[in-house]
Design a binder for this molecule. Structure first.
Ligand SMILES: [Zn+2]
Length: 126
């Protein structure tokens, strides 16, 4: 029996295209509501605070504090076993947003500063 080992890729929506274009360039883009100034993550069609569709984008500074993290050594989706071990972290971005980052997507998207902090904290705790 053969399994499809192709890793899933995110589905791009018209309102998230700019986010993924930024990610390809190593930028973490965050939506901002031009009416109520709320910062929005993940990309959406409308502001979840005031339902405005008047949204723009800012680039995150890349500065964040780690809220929590976990390193997977085993028992993951078989498509990702070649990535083991890998770390997933929730970080509080300086922009006021809590975001989940995995080491895999961090490497893919160039958010190296964040993963460096995760790894340094990991080493400190061990
Ligand atoms: Zn708003």
């Amino acid at each position: 029996m053969e399994f499809d080992m192709t890793k899933p890729v995110p589905e791009t929506q018209p309102w998230s295209e700019k986010f993924w274009e930024g990610a390809k360039e190593g930028k973490l883009l965050i939506q901002v509501c031009k009416d109520c100034k709320s910062k929005i993550f993940y990309p959406r069609k409308f502001c979840p605070e005031c339902w405005s569709g008047n949204l723009g984008w800012i680039e995150a500074t890349g500065k964040a504090k780690i809220f929590t993290f976990s390193t997977a050594y085993d028992m993951v989706e078989p498509k990702f076993t070649d990535e083991l071990p890998y770390t997933i972290a929730y970080v509080d971005l300086d922009e006021g947003i809590r975001n989940k980052l995995s080491e895999i997507e961090t490497q893919l998207n160039g958010f190296k500063e964040l993963i460096e902090r995760i790894n340094n904290l990991h080493r400190t705790i061990q």
